[in-house]
Design a protein around this ligand. Structure first.
Ligand SMILES: [Cu+2]
Length: 120
């Protein structure tokens, strides 16, 4: 069959182009950080809003602070669909990253991060 080597790459491209429409990965649509910046040295709750329900037992969130120090953060469901609440300890002023690995209700993993600043 001489057609096969030609057909296969074309098919792979067509499938790749069709794939995104079939997926429903959890994507952040809003965060409370936009309205309530984190103040220094005061524990805070940060809410992340996803476009999908989250499997909380499978999801993990870490805080990355200066010097690439990773610490696990407690998470819990919020009141709204797709709302994830994060407990933040009191932090020094500076730049931080929230690294999250969350599973959407459809089982797809989102591995991403969110930068934020702690300032008075
Ligand atoms: Cu998905």
């Amino acid at each position: 069959m001489k057609l096969r080597p030609l057909l296969a790459p074309w098919l792979a491209l067509a499938l790749a182009a069709a794939a995104p429409a079939a997926l429903a990965h959890a994507v952040i649509t809003a965060t409370s950080l936009q309205e309530q910046p984190v103040k220094p040295k005061s524990p805070a709750h940060v809410a992340l809003f996803f476009n999908s329900n989250i499997e909380f037992k499978l999801s993990k969130v870490q805080l990355v602070s200066k010097g690439d120090v990773h610490s696990p953060l407690n998470i819990k469901p919020g009141k709204k669909r797709g709302e994830l609440l994060i407990d933040l300890p009191g932090l020094e002023e500076g730049e931080y990253v929230i690294k999250y690995k969350v599973f959407a209700a459809d089982g797809h993993l989102t591995d991403d991060q969110l930068r934020f600043r702690v300032a008075p």
